[in-house]
Design a protein around this ligand. Structure first.
Ligand SMILES: Cc1cc2nc3c(=O)[nH]c(=O)nc-3n(C[C@H](O)[C@H](O)[C@H](O)COP(=O)(O)OP(=O)(O)OC[C@H]3O[C@@H](n4cnc5c(N)ncnc54)[C@H](O)[C@@H]3O)c2cc1C
Length: 288
């Protein structure tokens, strides 16, 4: 098992969707918004815990269910939990229409977590592309909450264009909390005087990397994660210190239906966060 430790108890039965109420909708970038929600039953809200990297199944009657990662602070017993969602199809387009006070079904949390224990006392390089920053945000909150427990923390984030960078105000605040941030875009605008190019290039250029003291976590398009790993290996960071979050079509989320089977793994329960050495051979098989 390559997963980080899991919560001691699953507050919700994996098959049962509990009603959650939307408490806030924040538009982020084009076709992406963050929904804050809270379980209607206060006892479930109190019990519910998740680890950074885990996801919920969000359900709307007559539309279906979608796997969506947590994007908010992990220590939120009794509080709202957050999901940042791109509207791409049947379920997510229907979620896009939800307003404050509307209800939806939530199952979870599911899956493995980012390796916060393995990162303790070490440097952490976070590499994200596009919406891939959303599942990493709970990890960033956790690193900030115990900043003194970690070494150097660097965020290398890329977006298509400057106006599609997620959470721009928060990124500035993260700098104030001792996180080094390098941003890059595929296409610059007239106002952009930062990096242009792909995220792995940021790691190629990063100074003072201590390979044997570093963990790399990455989330984004699969090709970006692949080349992020190539870059990390090129900097001498071992395979066992590289972690990535995989996305596959999910239905049951509990390792039974087989929709997300990936070689010997079920992405829903063995992942989504995998250590690179356990999946390296699968990444080379196209369309697996
Ligand atoms: C573990 C996990 C975590 C995720 N976290 C997030 C998140 O935090 N925010 C977010 O916006 N999305 C996330 N996704 C992706 C999300 O689950 C899909 O975008 C969503 O299920 C699409 O459902 P739909 O009914 O709206 O679209 P559909 O009508 O089913 O599909 C619309 C289009 O999107 C494609 N598509 C559907 N599902 C996926 C998928 N899983 N990956 C890639 N393409 C897909 C379809 O092929 C189709 O082209 C996550 C997926 C997984 C597996």
């Amino acid at each position: 098992m390559n997963a980080e430790s899991r919560p001691a108890t699953l507050a919700c039965h994996p098959w049962v969707a509990h009603v959650a109420i939307v408490t806030e909708v924040r538009s982020e970038i084009d076709s992406v918004a963050t929904f804050r929600m809270r379980f209607r039953d206060p006892e479930i809200a109190r019990q519910y815990r998740f680890l950074p990297g885990q996801f919920n199944m969000l359900y709307l009657p007559s539309c279906g269910e979608s796997a969506i990662s947590h994007s908010g602070p992990p220590e939120n017993s009794g509080e709202d939990f957050w999901h940042t969602i791109r509207f791409v199809g049947r379920v997510t387009d229907s979620i896009a229409k939800l307003k404050v006070g509307d209800q939806l079904g939530v199952r979870g949390p599911f899956g493995s977590a980012w390796p916060l224990d393995a990162c303790r006392g070490r440097d952490v390089i976070i590499m994200s592309g596009g919406l891939g920053l959303a599942p990493l945000r709970p990890m960033i909150y956790a690193l900030i909450a115990q900043r003194e427990s970690y070494g150097r923390v660097v965020l290398l984030h890329g977006a298509r264009t400057p106006d599609t960078i997620l959470y721009p105000e928060e990124i500035s605040q993260w700098r104030d909390h001792g996180i080094e941030v390098e941003l890059t875009v595929d296409r610059a605008s007239n106002e952009w005087d930062g990096n242009v190019g792909v995220v792995p290039l940021l790691l190629d250029r990063l100074s003072n990397v201590r390979p044997s003291e570093t963990e790399v976590v990455t989330c984004g398009p699969e090709i970006m994660m692949h080349y992020s790993a190539v870059s990390a290996l090129g900097r001498g960071i071992p395979e066992t210190s590289i972690w990535m979050s995989m996305e596959r079509n999910m239905q049951c989320a509990a390792g039974l239906c087989g929709h997300c089977q990936w070689g010997p793994w079920f992405v829903c329960k063995d992942g989504p966060v995998f250590r690179y050495d356990t999946i390296r051979s699968l990444l080379k098989v196209r369309d697996l």
